[in-house]
Design a protein around this ligand. Structure first.
Ligand SMILES: [Zn+2]
Length: 203
């Protein structure tokens, strides 16, 4: 079963995590995970610039280390960056100690007080530890741009139904999911424009 919209039940069990932001006028929060990667991150930055929107990029440390100029471009164009671990680790398959070290390695390159756990997986112990330093940002709408089997008309219909002011929307700038993530990004842009919503960065 695919949850486009984060169920309230899950939200209630995790009060230390940020799932959405109190609505400000017509604003939502586009977020991009797994970059920076040359082609797709540059494409998204160009599009955001044309739209006059800001977003938040949860970067993988080793990707950012390979492409410091792209990381710098994200920041200089007015977007936020966040820590998405150094090697995209799964918290349920790693000891807490090595997970925290991995986050710290990424933090040497990604200067940010925002964190998002890869796969959305995290333990209570890690939440307790990381929330001392970071705002742990989850999401309210998952666009499934990483799964090319999900039809775009389904994504569009769910987006029209669930995205509202304050929504935190997950997309990707992962080189593995091109071209689907570009197409899904454009679907989301179309829905936001139709609803009169704009994207702002999280900070
Ligand atoms: Zn990720």
């Amino acid at each position: 079963m695919k949850f486009f919209h984060t169920p309230d039940l899950i939200r209630r069990f995790s009060k230390d995590l940020v799932w959405s932001i109190d609505p400000v006028a017509n604003e939502v929060y586009l977020t991009f995970d797994d970059g920076p990667n040359e082609e797709i991150t540059a494409y998204i930055l160009d599009r955001l610039s044309a739209l006059g929107w800001q977003a938040t990029f949860f970067c993988v440390g080793e990707n950012a280390a390979k492409r410091p100029e792209l990381l710098q471009r994200i920041i200089s164009e007015g977007h936020s960056v966040g820590n998405h671990t150094n090697t995209h680790v799964n918290a349920w398959k790693t000891s807490s100690e090595s997970y925290l070290q991995n986050v710290e390695t990424a933090a040497r390159i990604i200067k940010s007080s925002l964190f998002r756990p890869p796969y959305g997986k995290i333990s209570k112990r890690l939440v307790n530890n990381l929330s001392e330093k970071y705002k742990i940002v989850m999401w309210s709408f998952m666009a499934y741009d990483f799964d090319s089997k999900v039809p775009h008309d389904v994504i569009k219909e769910r987006a029209e139904k669930y995205i509202r002011p304050g929504s935190i929307i997950v997309l990707h700038d992962n080189e593995k999911f091109i071209p689907n993530e570009k197409a899904v990004f454009e679907v989301i842009v179309e829905v936001l424009q139709k609803k009169g919503l704009v994207s702002r960065r999280i900070y």
